[in-house]
Write a protein that binds this ligand. Structure first.
Ligand code: GCU
Length: 590
């Protein structure tokens, strides 16, 4: 396996960090959602012949016998007769035999295609967890590593008229030098978990565009690919219709004064925007807002704002949860957060879907997005850093025009070592270079030395805009009543956001408030924590951990956890626990 990963990582090095083609670019897209045949391949027989150590990777399964059948040859697999998985979707929640599966699965989809002269075609993946190799008509298009961000390949010259064989090698094995590493508290959902699209553009097309708003002026830059041309920008409701030539390096710049209605959670105002260039046109909906800190305050559109937040995983509500696959899945989570009284969401611990980000923007949630530098990452590895940086750039590349995103976060509960500080320091510098318009943070863990006098003094806080930390007094540390005696030592001068706090309870499990995992215990824990935390000077935000009970292989307690982390304010079926109403009342007062 190591040699395979080495071979793949070599391929990775050749790939530019792809800028995703946004779902809502308003382009013609052919969705490849649906039933894909799959073959489970725990020993990568599709790559290696019988003596792995003697063979170089053969990629035999890319030679789809559906198209290249030669009865005189021994071929021991047949996608046509193989079972199917729904794409998008993780495999774990689709089949009992794949519930805990970690390894390789080969996906195959036959794509009927009809060429259109003068068009270019891209094969777009919203996300594949954790790494993949994509083959089309027995040609390897490339590879991607990182389970939560989009990527694409140009397939103009590979697609053929009529049926095409699209085969994807997917492997969700964990690895010590991967991002995340081998140990994390969520389910390792593998597969083609988000949309797969064939996107069509003209020869000269809009490769990417970037909008900034500083409160008085709108700036838009538009990068073309395939040549130069005149670009037209329109925001009709603001009376904006301008042309600029993308003549120098294929980039057009626009800058204009504007006084739009500002986007905020109370008024999530969005404007239609269109960008035309020759035969290419993209449409989107954008919001205008400013975000910055001033001392210990977070200013949204120049006014202090308190982040009434909650943290959540990308996982559906239901008795058999899996990765969110549709707008309906996402809407169910967001409606629960709205009912809780939230104006802010921590999308933990990895980039959620574009549907989540866009719908949250429409519904009026500010967002904290993060990459999965979680716990003990291989801080000394250059390859691990490149992987983390690529996931960061793909996340920012996808969501940089989303007004709802106000925080880019680098990491969660990472050990205080010089290597970790250097690694995250580079990521923070890269973030500020690519997008200086948003706040940068990281969820650190409180230090342990003195229980009743916790100290927040991580060097990382000198590099971030927020003081964000996770604390579990009343659950992992002491009992709820201990909150009354805790005196926090927190640096002053920056806004404080509690990025995690809470505890577990099984919905419907009632008993003494001294008994862990009862709803009464959790309700008391929240009452005590909210009372303690609201006294912290400079407190500007709270993120209870977390919105919904979620699957984790680290939570086996039979009859209580049953493979679920029970720290949700609602259970996996969406039923609110007593603690939900404690937080709702607190947010109602804010
Ligand atoms: C940690 C971690 C979470 C985890 C939580 C818990 O703080 O950040 O990912 O789920 O604690 O223990 O439930």
């Amino acid at each position: 396996m190591k040699r395979l990963l080495a071979a793949i990582s070599l391929l990775f090095a050749l790939l530019p960090s792809a800028r995703a083609i946004s779902l809502a670019d308003g382009r013609e897209c052919i969705s490849l959602a649906g039933q894909w045949n799959y073959i489970v391949d725990p020993m990568d027989t599709g790559i290696y012949k019988y003596q792995m150590q003697l063979q170089k990777p053969q990629k035999r399964y890319f030679a789809d016998r559906h198209f290249y059948q030669d009865k005189t040859k021994l071929i021991e697999y047949d996608f046509d007769k193989a079972p199917t998985l729904t794409v998008p979707g993780d495999w774990n929640s689709q089949s009992e035999r794949l519930y805990l599966y970690e390894g390789t699965i080969w996906y195959r989809r036959v794509v009927d295609f009809h060429k259109i002269p003068g068009r270019r075609w891209f094969l777009y993946f919203g996300a594949v967890n954790y790494q993949c190799m994509v083959g089309l008509n027995n040609n390897i298009l490339g590879t991607h590593k990182g389970g939560f961000t989009p990527f694409w390949f140009e397939v103009t010259d590979v697609l053929q008229e009529g049926p095409n064989s699209l085969i994807v090698w997917v492997n969700n094995s964990r690895g010590a030098s991967e991002v995340p590493t081998v140990n994390f508290d969520w389910w390792n959902y593998g597969g083609i978990t988000r949309d797969v699209l064939l996107v069509s553009v003209p020869e000269v097309y809009i490769r990417e565009w970037r909008m900034r708003f500083d409160g008085a002026e709108i700036e838009v830059s538009v990068k073309l690919d395939g040549g130069s041309d005149t670009v037209t920008l329109e925001i009709p409701e603001l009376g904006i219709r301008k042309k600029a030539c993308a003549c120098k390096e294929g980039t057009a710049y626009f800058r204009m004064k504007a006084s739009p209605e500002l986007w905020s959670p109370d008024s999530p105002r969005l404007y239609d925007i269109s960008i035309n260039c020759g035969a290419d046109k993209i449409k989107d909906r954008v919001g205008f807002r400013t975000i910055r800190t001033e001392g210990e305050k977070i200013l949204l559109n120049g006014n202090p704002v308190f982040l009434k937040g909650v943290a959540l995983h990308d996982e559906t509500i239901g008795v058999n949860p899996g990765r969110c696959r549709s707008e309906e899945d996402v809407r169910a989570l967001l409606e629960a957060a709205k009912d809780l009284g939230c104006n802010f969401l921590r999308l933990a611990h990895y980039p959620h879907s574009e549907q989540m980000v866009r719908l949250a923007e429409e519904m009026g949630f500010m967002l904290w997005e993060e990459i999965p530098c979680y716990w003990n990452i291989d801080w000394a590895s250059e390859d691990t850093y490149k992987n983390a940086e690529n996931q960061l750039l793909e996340m920012i590349g996808r969501d940089v025009n989303r007004a709802a995103v106000v925080v880019w976060s680098m990491a969660n509960e990472t050990p205080r070592t010089p290597e970790r500080l250097a690694f995250l320091g580079k990521l923070i510098a890269k973030t500020r270079a690519v997008d200086p318009t948003r706040l940068v943070s990281a969820a650190i863990q409180k230090d342990k030395p003195d229980f009743y006098h916790p100290v927040i003094d991580d060097d990382l806080l000198g590099l971030t805009d927020l003081i964000s930390f996770n604390q579990y007094i009343g659950w992992y540390d002491g009992k709820p009543a201990d909150c009354d005696s805790v005196v926090w030592s927190i640096p002053r001068g920056k806004p404080v956001v509690i990025s995690e706090f809470g505890g577990g309870a099984l919905y419907g499990n009632h008993g003494s408030d001294a008994e862990m995992f009862t709803e009464e215990y959790l309700e008391l824990l929240y009452r005590k924590n909210l009372s303690m935390l609201s006294k912290i000077p400079g407190l500007s935000g709270l993120c209870p951990w977390c919105l919904k009970d979620f699957r984790s292989p680290k939570r086996p307690l039979t009859g209580i956890q049953d493979d679920f982390n029970r720290k949700g304010l609602i259970d996996e079926q969406g039923r609110p626990k007593q603690a939900f109403f404690v937080v709702k009342a607190f947010y109602g007062q804010e």
